[in-house]
Design a protein around this ligand. Structure first.
Ligand SMILES: [Mg+2]
Length: 213
């Protein structure tokens, strides 16, 4: 039997399902680019899409919005500041009783951590709306680390902060290459979910890992 001590969750696309919010996040990214390049929204959108698709060819998977934006030349700090100001992600989400319940159950058994490419302010707004702001032992946002997933240093850092060996951690996320591959590389266990509906049913998958099945 494996000794699992900590669960590490991704946020966007993992702890909520909301296509409107994801659409808004993309629109905000493009409008920040628009101001930075001093061009039309459509031109910024085209530039963003071209950059993302060329990165996709290079990597073999679609990179995150943030990574694509910084590759175009917007400094990360500037991007973070702008994306905090332009909208309130919390307004898109509501209290999720099932999620609150399952995370509180997990908390009795594991350390819980959140690792996200989102900025600090939007992250806390979302957690508050979902009603899960108090369950975490550690929250690491892009504003804290300035390191973008899938950089494996993030997973080394979080294992250090949790004081738990990588082999004792399970990472839960919705993007295999971005959330899970770097974690696997340093020896963490991983579970791919396609949204919060899979998180409600996570117990069985965690038990399978613990019992090494
Ligand atoms: Mg995600």
């Amino acid at each position: 039997m494996l000794s699992i001590q900590a669960l590490i969750f991704d946020l966007d696309g993992t702890l909520y399902y909301n296509p409107d919010l994801q659409k808004k996040q993309l629109e905000v990214a493009i409008s920040i680019l628009q101001v930075h390049l001093d061009c039309s929204y459509n031109h910024a959108k085209k530039m963003f899409e071209e950059t993302r698709s060329s990165l996709k060819k290079q990597f073999g998977y679609e990179p995150s919005n943030t990574y694509s934006i910084t590759k175009i030349g917007i400094p990360l700090e500037k991007y973070l500041k702008e994306s905090e100001k332009r909208y309130d992600a919390g307004r898109f989400l509501n209290k999720d009783k099932q999620l609150i319940e399952i995370l509180n159950k997990f908390k009795q058994q594991f350390k819980l951590s959140l690792l996200t490419n989102n900025n600090k302010y939007q992250t806390y707004r979302m957690l508050n709306s979902l009603g899960i702001q108090d369950v975490w032992d550690i929250i690491l946002t892009l504003s804290d680390t300035k390191i973008i997933k899938p950089d494996k240093r993030l997973y080394q850092l979080i294992s250090k902060k949790l004081k738990v060996h990588p082999e004792q951690c399970i990472v839960i996320g919705d993007r295999k290459e971005i959330d899970l591959s770097p974690a696997k590389q340093i020896g963490m266990h991983t579970i791919l979910v396609s949204g919060v509906f899979d998180v409600y049913k996570l117990r069985d998958k965690i038990n399978k890992i613990i019992h090494n099945k």
